[in-house]
Design a protein around this ligand. Structure first.
Ligand SMILES: *Cc1c(COP(=O)(O)O)cnc(C)c1O
Length: 375
C-alpha cells in the first residue's frame, strides 16, 4: 500500500515562478521586493505593528532574547514540553530557563503555575502555542504587566490561529513564527519576528542587520552605515521570501485544508474516544489545524501502535523529549514545581500524519488502522 508520510513539503501555486521573478529582479540578498511583500502581508493580515522576516523561528527567538536585554543569571519562564530553540535562544544570552508544567487539556504552559515561578531575576515569559492552540494570553499578559515582565510568544506552530479575535504572535511584546517545512505555511527554512511594542522597532532592525544601522541608511535616515550594537545575520534571501510569498497568497486555503483533515480525524476517531481507548485533542475554530495528535493510555500502547501503523506504511511520530530532562536543559535550566503532566503526557502522545496533500481516503485508512489496533 502507498506509504503515508508524517509530513510532506508541498508547492501550491506560484512558488517557482516568483523565485524566477526574484532572480530576474537582480536582488537576491535580504530585504528586497519579496521580503517586503511578506512583511507587509503579516502586518496587514495579522494586524501587527511590525513584522520582520528572518531565516527561521529560532532566529526570531534569538532576536527576541537580545531585545529583552537579558543579563547572565536572568530568568525566563517557559514550558518544558517544547522545541529546543524556545529555551536555547535565551540560554545563548546566559539566561536560566525556568520550566513550568503544562495544562493537561491543551498541553500549553499552565498559566496558574507561572506566578509561583517568578523570582527577582525573572525577565520574561515565553508561552508556546502548542499545536496552534492558544495559551491563556489574558492571564499571561496580566501576570507580565503586574511583574513588569516581557512576553515572547513562540507562535512557531500558530500562524493564523487566534485568541479572542487576535492573531497569535501579536499579543505579547514579541511573536515568533516558523515556516520550516513541517509547519503549515512553508519556505523550507524560514521565520518572522512580530514586534508589537514600538519601543523595540529600531533596535530589532539593527540586531537583524548584523548590529548595523543599514536599514536606516537605506531609508536615507543616516548618511553612512556602521556597527552600532550587537546583532547577527538574521535575514532570509529573496529566493526564500519569494517562495514564502507564493504560499502566503494561498494561506487561507492551506489552513482550511489542514482544519478539514483535523475534523475528519476527530469524526473518525470519536468512537475510540467514547470507548475510552484514546483521548483526542481540543480543537476549536480559533486554531489553525497545525497538528493532530492522540493520547494513549501508556508508553507501551504507543510503542505497539506505532509498530502496527508502520507495518501498514503509515508514519506517526511522537514529539518532544521534555527539555527539563535533556542534558542541556539540566545544565541551562531548572524546574519550578512538579513536572507531573509533562512527564506523563509526553510518553503517551502520538502525532498522526497531517499535510496539505492528504485526502479523505488517507484519513480514513489511518483511522481504520487505529480502530483495528484497538479491536
Ligand atoms: C518549529 C518550532 C521552532 C523552530 O522553528 P525553526 O523555524 O525551525 O527555527 C520553535 N518552536 C516551536 C514550538 C516549534 O514548533
Amino acid at each position: 500500500m502507498k506509504p503515508i508520510p508524517f509530513n510532506k513539503p508541498f508547492v501550491i501555486g506560484r512558488e517557482l515562478s516568483l523565485i524566477a521573478d526574484a532572480v530576474s529582479r537582480g536582488h537576491l540578498s535580504g530585504d528586497g521586493h519579496y521580503t517586503k511583500l511578506c512583511n507587509r502581508w503579516f502586518e496587514e493580515k495579522l494586524d501587527c505593528r511590525k513584522a520582520l522576516l528572518t531565516h527561521s523561528c529560532t532566529a526570531a527567538l534569538e532576536m527576541s532574547a537580545i531585545l529583552c536585554d537579558l543579563q547572565p543569571g536572568d530568568e525566563v519562564i517557559l514550558p518544558s514540553y517544547t522545541f529546543v530553540s524556545t529555551a536555547n535562544a535565551f540560554a545563548l544570552r546566559g539566561a536560566v530557563a525556568v520550566f513550568v508544567d503544562i495544562r493537561p487539556d491543551t498541553l500549553n504552559i499552565d498559566e496558574k503555575l507561572i506566578e509561583a515561578a517568578i523570582t527577582p531575576r525573572t525577565r520574561a515569559i515565553v508561552p508556546v502555542h502548542y499545536a496552534g492552540v492558544p495559551c491563556e494570553m489574558d492571564a499571561i499578559m496580566d501576570i507580565a504587566q503586574r511583574h513588569k515582565l516581557l512576553v515572547v510568544e513562540d507562535a512557531a506552530q500558530a500562524l493564523l490561529s487566534t485568541y479572542k479575535g487576535k492573531a497569535l504572535g501579536t499579543i505579547g511584546h514579541f511573536g515568533c513564527l516558523s515556516f520550516h517545512e513541517t509547519k503549515n505555511i512553508i519556505s523550507g527554512e524560514g521565520g518572522a519576528l512580530l514586534i508589537n511594542d514600538e519601543r523595540f522597532f529600531e533596535r530589532a532592525e539593527i540586531i537583524r542587520e548584523k548590529g548595523t544601522n543599514r536599514s536606516q541608511f537605506f531609508r536615507g535616515e543616516v548618511d553612512k552605515y556602521t556597527w552600532v550594537d550587537i546583532g547577527s545575520s538574521y535575514l532570509p534571501s529573496e529566493l526564500v521570501s519569494a517562495f514564502l510569498y507564493a504560499q502566503l497568497e494561498r494561506a487561507n486555503e492551506i489552513t482550511a485544508q489542514r482544519c478539514r483533515i483535523c475534523s475528519a480525524y476527530a469524526e473518525q476517531l470519536a468512537p475510540l474516544e467514547q470507548a475510552g481507548k484514546v483521548r483526542l485533542p481540543r480543537f476549536d475554530a480559533d486554531s489553525n489545524g497545525h497538528m493532530y495528535y492522540i493520547l494513549l493510555d501508556s508508553l507501551a500502547t504507543r510503542t505497539a501502535l506505532i509498530a502496527h501503523l508502520k507495518a501498514q506504511g503509515i508514519n506517526p511520530v511522537f514529539h518532544y523529549v521534555p527539555l527539563h530532562s535533556s542534558p542541556a536543559g539540566r545544565k541551562y535550566g531548572r524546574v519550578s514545581g512538579s513536572m507531573r503532566v509533562t512527564d506523563d503526557l509526553n510518553e503517551r502522545l502520538l502525532r498522526l500524519p497531517l499535510h496539505y496533500e492528504m485526502d479523505d481516503a488517507d484519513v480514513s485508512r489511518i483511522s481504520a488502522a487505529i480502530r483495528d489496533f484497538f479491536a
